[in-house]
Design a protein around this ligand. Structure first.
Ligand code: NAP
Length: 485
């Protein structure tokens, strides 16, 4: 009997196809571990190409029937799934913390946020419109309708094991698409629990499959090569996103890509400093810094940089580090040793280049993959972390003197996901929000995510939007019917 036994009662640990969990075709399993201790939580079916194709067979079998259900019916299932998910907040939050590491408070936040995509798209399902017009010549009628794209492959990362899935599953199901999810190897349990919740909510068998596995390409490549698949939606690194885009080109698949970020966070000299510090804490430390929207480059006007850096370091130095499920912990571990080694190397590189350590700066000895909450000041713009995603609890502060210089620096990256700035000047707020090359801009706030808003990046941060009234269109094809008279 172990303290993790509750997982066995709550979470299906097989490949989820046709509304039930089954062993992987080859019978193999892989271990899912707790990043706070390195201890194995459970074994999960190690899906491969045969399982992936079985999931696609199942999706194709029910695709037409699912597309033909009434929008009301689809909405009711999504709504019911949201209700069950919220009822299970505590179990889901603990599970997510165990496999991913964030604090239980943050996991509860993700249950609320991730669940909201199901409620939001249950409401959007019944508002899929079309258009009807008279052709300018007078004789013809133009009828425009929206139809589900068809079977979708959704590939999700480990940092938000629930929300990155519901942001895709919600709109896809609302639109009438079937979905196969390939969750991250580190965090498959939350997605498997969600699949069971959907079954309980009345989702017909075959409409949603989850294929976990330790070899991502073994699952995704045969699906992308199969002409029956019609769309791939991905959240993860830009490197893998580019690879998937190349593979998707072969069958001209619809694609949605939510990729890496390198968000600037700018504090102008006229900013409300208390507000900017609170915003920086949220933008940097949300999800332990393991967020694509995390403030990666904090630019502070040189006239206030010293005060900002001192106060921010004071805030971060008080954060209590430990397992996310322990009481009174503010910061959990990083996801794995690889991620911790990446963060350590980026910090060492910046310090060697001349950055000043205000607090932290080092990994914490195991067990578990902890890193000290860190503030680096006067980071040279030549440091690697100025160009690369940190993905950890490390704040990098850079000085600047003029608006022109900081906007140019902020835009000097191939990424364009989120950007933040703080100012009391309305003219500047409008001017800078237009000038920043990012898909999402936070003005005087450190969090932009909202299920009712379109989430997405430009440049190499992605293609398409998730959430908002835009999100469902990623799963709909436009059809034009030409009528006489
Ligand atoms: P990742 O390595 O790209 O992995 C993401 C997903 O892709 C995982 O399920 C992974 O499976 C799978 N994958 C890896 N290699 C693959 C391949 N060759 N073919 C098919 N699938 C493959 O990214 P990550 O490290 O998990 O996540 C962090 C990245 O995600 C960061 O860059 C972050 O900015 C980005 N992100 C973006 C957003 C956004 O909305 N823009 C949101 C969250 C995160 P395995 O786990 O089995 O390797």
């Amino acid at each position: 009997m172990s303290e993790y036994d509750f997982i066995r009662d709550l979470v299906p640990t097989g490949v989820w196809i046709d509304g039930a969990a089954a062993p992987a075709c080859g019978g193999a399993t892989f271990a899912v571990s707790d990043p706070a201790t390195g201890q194995v939580l459970t074994e999960v079916a190690d899906g491969g190409s045969a399982d992936a194709l079985r999931a696609l067979d199942s999706a194709c079998r029910v695709q037409s029937a699912w597309a033909a259900t009434s929008a009301r019916e689809r909405a009711a299932i999504l709504r019911r799934a949201w209700e069950i998910l919220i009822e299970r907040t505590e179990e889901l939050a603990l599970l997510m913390t165990l496999e991913m590491g964030k604090t239980v408070a943050e996991s509860r936040g993700e249950v609320a946020y991730g669940g909201e995509f199901l409620r939001w798209f249950s409401e959007e399902a019944v508002r899929i419109g079309g258009r009807n017009a008279t052709a300018p010549g007078g004789a013809g009628r133009i009828l425009v309708t929206q139809q589900p794209v068809g079977p979708v492959l959704a590939i999700t990362p480990w940092n938000f094991p629930l929300a990155m899935g519901t942001r895709k599953i919600g709109p896809a199901l609302a639109a009438g698409c079937t979905v196969i999810v390939k969750p991250a190897e580190d965090t498959p349990l939350t997605m498997l629990m969600l699949a069971a919740i959907f079954a309980e909510a009345g989702l017909p068998d075959g409409v949603l499959s989850v294929v976990p596995g330790s070899d991502a390409a073994a699952i995704t490549e045969p699906l992308l090569a199969d002409p029956r698949l019609r769309k791939v939606t991905f959240t993860g690194s830009t490197r893998v996103g580019k690879l998937l885009l190349r593979q998707a080109a072969e069958n001209v698949l619809r694609t949605s890509m939510e990729l890496g970020g390198n968000a600037p966070f700018i504090v102008f000299e006229d900013a409300d400093l208390d507000l900017a510090l609170t915003g920086a804490l949220a933008a940097k430390m949300r999800n332990g810094g393991e967020a694509c929207t995390a403030a990666n480059r904090i630019y502070v006007h040189n006239s206030i940089r010293e005060e900002f850096a001192a106060r921010f370091a004071e805030k971060l130095a008080t954060l209590r580090v430990g397992p996310g499920y322990a009481p009174e912990v503010d910061l959990g571990p990083l996801i794995n040793e690889r991620q911790r080694a990446t963060v350590t190397a980026l910090v060492d590189d910046a310090v060697a280049a001349g950055a000043v350590v205000r607090t932290g700066g080092k990994p914490i000895e195991g067990p578990g993959f902890f890193f000290q909450p860190t503030v680096l000041d006067e980071v040279p713009r030549t440091a690697r972390m100025h160009r690369e995603e940190i993905f950890g609890p490390v704040a990098a502060i850079y000085g600047f003197d003029t608006e022109e210089d900081v906007v140019a620096a902020a835009n000097d990256t191939e990424f364009g996901l989120a950007a933040y700035f703080f100012t009391r000047d309305l003219d500047r707020a409008l001017r800078v929000s237009e000038a920043l090359e990012a898909g999402m801009v936070g003005v005087n706030r450190g969090v932009v995510s909202d299920p009712a808003a379109p989430f997405g990046g430009i440049k190499q941060s992605g293609l398409g939007s998730e959430g908002g009234s835009e999100g469902i269109h990623e799963y709909l094809d436009t059809k034009y019917v030409a009528l006489t008279r």
